[in-house]
Design a protein around this ligand. Structure first.
Ligand code: SF4
Length: 153
């Protein structure tokens, strides 16, 4: 069993109320081979919501308490995002998932690039907070661009 970002499975949970459907991932969920999770919704964020970015570092830095997650209104949503990451880890463990496929560039789900915290559209190398927590706990974190590795595993 693997975990996948809910938005990639076609659920309308993105900050703007839309999805990011990847048809292969949608099929895996339909066939009962993957469980959809949205860390931000699990952490108590509403949909739609203001877009948020990590300010002052990466998801790893958020977990270490040296970076924060701030939305476009200036609200600090760090606690909700960390809560969602912890809840996602709990679900992954319960399902026995050793691989997750998460949406690239999200402040929660990004696995190799995230927005730079200026809300300018620029990206920097780094993981989102959920990706960083799962990676730290030994789970393989892939993006939708690395799906072939799921089928090789
Ligand atoms: S937190 Fe992850 S699953 Fe939820 S909308 Fe953002 S990228 Fe998709």
């Amino acid at each position: 069993m693997i975990l996948v970002s809910s938005c990639l499975a076609g659920l309308k949970v993105r900050y703007n109320g839309l999805d990011s459907l990847d048809e292969t991932i949608g099929r895996l969920v339909e066939e009962g081979r993957a469980i959809p999770v949205c860390p931000e919704v699990l952490g108590g964020c509403s949909t739609p919501r203001e877009p948020a970015e990590i300010v002052g570092g990466s998801g790893e830095d958020v977990l270490n308490g040296i970076a924060r997650i701030i939305d476009t209104t200036g609200s600090d949503v760090t606690d909700k995002f960390v809560q969602g990451a912890m809840e996602t880890l709990r679900i992954a463990r319960e399902a026995g998932a050793t691989i997750v496929v998460l949406k690239e560039s999200s402040p929660s789900c990004g696995s190799s690039r995230i927005y730079d915290g200026t809300h300018s559209g620029r990206k920097i190398p780094g993981m989102g907070v959920t990706a960083a927590l799962l990676h730290r706990e030994g789970i393989t974190v892939l993006s939708e661009n690395q799906l072939e590795r799921v089928f090789k595993a």
